[in-house]
Design a protein around this ligand. Sequence first.
Ligand SMILES: Cc1ncc(C[n+]2csc(CCOP(=O)(O)OP(=O)(O)O)c2C)c(N)n1
Ligand code: SF4
Ligand SMILES: [Mg+2]
Length: 329
Amino acid sequence: MTIATTNCLLRMYDEHHEIEDYQSGVPRWCTGCGDNAILAAVQRLCRDENLRPEKTVFVSGIGCSSRFPHYMKTYGFHGIHGRALPVAEGIKMARPDLNVFVNTGDGDCCSIGAAHWIHAIRYNMNMTVMLHDNQIYGLTKMQASPTSPQGLKSNTTPRGSYLEPLQPLTVTLGVQNVSFVAQAVDWIPEVLYDIISAAFHHRGLSFVRIIQRCPEWLPKLYEPWLQDPQKILLLNHEQGIQVSANLAKVYKNLESHDPSNLNRAREISSVVDPIPVGILYRNPDVPCYEDLRHAGQPRSRNFIKAGLEAEFDKFTVWPGAAEKRGQAV
Ligand SMILES: Cc1ncc(C[n+]2csc(CCOP(=O)(O)OP(=O)(O)O)c2C)c(N)n1
Ligand code: SF4
Ligand SMILES: [Mg+2]
């Protein structure tokens, strides 16, 4: 065997990844928490796509779901409550070559981070955003979130929440430049995987709302949907996800939905029973902000330093400057 062949084989070995290559630590989520299913799907995707760990980054805010980057053996940023999206946008702007994933909770994204959410949709930077929507603040022990069901009794709503829940899909579909919106549930792993995979392959911001069970604070919330597969509406289309024959034997409530149909996507987005699952909307032609701004162009250290110094100089008070202007010191 020549040295060149040996090097080539060694490189192939180094560049091949098993699922263990993406696993890090032991998740501290409760038994039965839907976050475990999301983690399993994402690690499988990384393995199947053979993503280079050093070219992949997971960004989160604060919450149970935001512990996600700790369990991925890639780069990660466990950030500030509500601020996952601007951090991810900054990363994408500096390094458009990286695979950027965002994991955010319903409190993180739809409450404290709501402003960032709206603008991130409009900027449409190429990243996969997973909204872990358990309809409660899990980490801080059961306060109502904007997506909590009306009437839910929680620590912050002891008499039951007064307002109708915010619908994350409807909101997202109302923002200019929206390019990919999907919904998954944590308890159908095959479809969860297919949706996250389609989101990853979409160029632009893909927003995936995942209905995620929190057995600790809302153990019974999704029991009716788990018991009755008719209460799931699977969106089936050659441009969306294609439901397998085996799955269709159990989940018989199917709708052929073309994801380029924005008006129908908006109608579907506000349906809560049955729960629509699949790709609601996809438009590959929306421009990405990083392309418009030619992000990631190599800039030397000296170039960056000179730029920073020029900015700081604007605010520098030079010794003797006041005397020169004839003012008393
Ligand atoms: C600025 C700020 N405000 C409030 C908190 C407290 N806090 C931490 S996590 C959280 C809510 C988390 O809920 P969610 O985003 O739905 O995540 P989950 O735990 O349900 O996955 C809150 C209010 C904080 N850490 N920082
Ligand atoms: S409290 Fe709820 S969301 Fe948090 S880890 Fe436990 S089950 Fe999951
Ligand atoms: Mg939550």
